[in-house]
Design a protein around this ligand. Structure first.
Ligand code: ADP
Ligand code: MG
Length: 240
């Protein structure tokens, strides 16, 4: 929020501190042969630091598109996006990437693990982006391996793991650098229900105890029940 002099400064600063994300009039348009296709239309959305939000809606409604914009992966939108005090719409690619690496952990639907790196090396990547010294990385990665019960997999490559194990590595990688914001696209889709619940419990703990902001896409009412708020999309619009 910009300070405009009409509210006391202390309150303006407080509001600024609590607002993490503000999207205003975001459109995401694909130019197709038959004419422009609006994957997202006129999206207004505010997310406070410490929110745990679930995005729900039918297939094709724009959920993943919204998550990729929030995660600064997609830059081909128009509108305004404020993230942690930065006006993203005014930043160039390099600055957006720096912001992403500093603050955001992303759990993709399709894992996005790097095939020719081992599990250990995949988990080390976010730490290298965050300039964590090499000597500190090993203990952090080993803690993560331990926490996700994948110590025995550390030297395997992604194609030597089951889909569920790859998903666990993907989640471990998203969390390893302790991001302020976790974005998750159907994070439990490939897990057994027990593993899925464990991940949801972990999200709840990170949210409650560490104040990590979480935005998840889910089709599951049970998963949405872990969050504090639901945003519903249909045909690229937020349903009021
Ligand atoms: N590269 C693309 N080109 C054209 N249309 C796309 C592209 N990517 C996604 N879309 C369309 O945008 C809409 C929203 O997609 P998506 O956000 O993936 O939906 P959801 O995650 O809710 O299932 C869909 O109709 C999809 O077909
Ligand atoms: Mg999707």
């Amino acid at each position: 929020m910009a300070y405009n002099g009409s509210v006391p400064l202390a309150r303006a600063l407080q509001q600024q501190a609590h607002s993490m994300i503000s999207l205003r009039k975001i459109n995401r348009v694909y130019p197709l042969k038959g004419g422009p296709f609006y994957a997202l239309r006129n999206i207004d959305l505010s997310i406070k630091e410490g929110d745990f939000l679930s995005i729900m809606g039918p297939s094709g409604s724009g959920k993943s598109t919204l998550l990729h914009i929030l995660g600064l992966h997609d830059n081909a939108w128009d509108g305004s996006y404020d993230f942690a005090g930065a006006a993203v719409h005014q930043l160039d690619r390099k600055q957006r990437f720096a912001l992403q690496k500093q603050h955001i952990g992303f759990v993709f639907q399709s894992y996005h693990l790097i095939d020719d790196l081992t599990v250990y090396e995949n988990l080390e990547i976010p730490l290298s982006y965050r300039d964590v010294p090499k000597k500190n990385r090993e203990s952090i990665v080993c803690d993560a391996l331990d926490r996700f019960n994948i110590v025995g997999k550390r030297d395997l490559y992604p194609n030597q793991l089951s889909g569920g194990q790859q998903q666990l590595v993907g989640i471990a990688r998203a969390l390893v650098a302790k991001p302020r914001l976790i974005l998750a696209d159907e994070p439990t889709g490939n897990l057994h229900s027990d593993q899925g619940r464990e991940i949801m419990e972990l999200f709840r703990k990170l949210n409650n105890e560490d104040g990590v902001t979480i935005v998840q896409v889910t089709h599951s009412d049970e998963n949405a029940g872990y969050g504090s708020r639901i945003v519903r999309l249909a045909d690229g619009l937020i349903i009021p």
